[in-house]
Design a protein around this ligand. Sequence first.
Ligand code: PHE
Length: 449
Amino acid sequence: MSTARGEFSSRFGFLMAATGSAVGLGNIWGFPTNAASNGGAAFLFTYLILAFVLAYPALMAELIIGRHAKANAVTALSGLASTPGTARIGAGVGFAGMVTVTLILSFYAIVSGWMLAFMTASIADIARLETASNWLTQSGTVRDALFTLIFYVLTIYIVVAGVRNGIEKWSSRLMPSLYLILIALIIYVLTLDGAMDGLRMYLVPDFSRVADPELILSAMGQAFFSLSLGVGTMLIYGSYVSKKENLPAIGGMVTLMDISVAVLAGLLILPAMTVAQLNGIEIYDAQGGLIAGPALIISVLPALFDQMGDAGILVAVAFFTLMSIASLTSSISMLEVPVSYFVEDRGVSRRKAGVLLGAATATVSLIIVWNFGLLFDWVVRLTTEFSQPLLGFFFAVFAGWVWNRNALLAEIKQGHAEAESGLFWRIWPWYIKFVCPLIILAVYIQMIF
Ligand code: PHE
């Protein structure tokens, strides 16, 4: 069985795939709007701290466990245990991660479908196909269902092609383009009138907010979501990494790239919003809060692009292509979690697992599309604010308490022979044992009050 497992062909391939998973709607959309509604740079500040003390150690736990076990989360976690009871808990956590990531995909694909619809609309604008463009930008269940399904077809196509020929190949093609488009858009938007107000909103901290429990909870949820943690995604990507790689270093690179895209996206979205405001577009909702939900991407920004004339059409193509790429490189990593389990543990072929699991998740998405007001927010909150940090807690406990310390060190030493005397080994075991579980618990307790 182990000889049939996929493996990334190079460090670059892993970095593109893992960064592709991490960088997604969470960075380009979630992060800037969370920052804007939570005290600007005060959020940025809290987020950066959490990213280093909480998310990076948690990411490392998943990568190390994954590479050690060379298996999916269910098998990997239960394999770390020394008693049958703990093994059952491990398998349970792995399963819960699989269910959570499937639910995340079910809402993520809907939003990604909007991105595809708007991308297609801006291409229709270039061709002066006005009726088509109007239909594509008007929300409606038929449009949403159609583009959600198109998005699933792309996701399934890549996952079925396998680790190297699908996930790695497409991430390596798409991620560099994402960086280029993002930087070009930032440079353009910052030259527009009104952009500096957005920059100020983003970068000037309102420190009175730093201790706000709501802010800390949002920042923690954001950090977990953004690094794709707690659901077995990074564990499975870790399991495809060669034993020759220095894990602490490549995990650090993934964290830095993920943070940098989030911080950069703030330089794009918030200035774009204040540019829109200067152009008479409403950017605050009835309660006086910044429009941050779906309306931001599918109404505020498109209204801005509309006003920019022909240049706006090109900016819209670039922007929605950026969003679509970010979504797709993340969605493939979500579908890979259950697919890898069914392929490895249930002996199902990759093609069959990809198609059937993709179709089942698509069905859940369609149910959400048709009951949007009732289900969408609820599924988002349940998975990202509740399940993900809770599962992250269990991953930390398994790495810090359940797994044998010598076996753990032996795994890190592969590809990093001098690990034992290095900084990582001096700090990380403490973080994963005490700091990570305690921070997560503290935030939960605060949430209950
Ligand atoms: N990290 C992705 C984003 O920021 C979302 C994601 C969550 C991907 C969980 C995989 C697993 O958009």
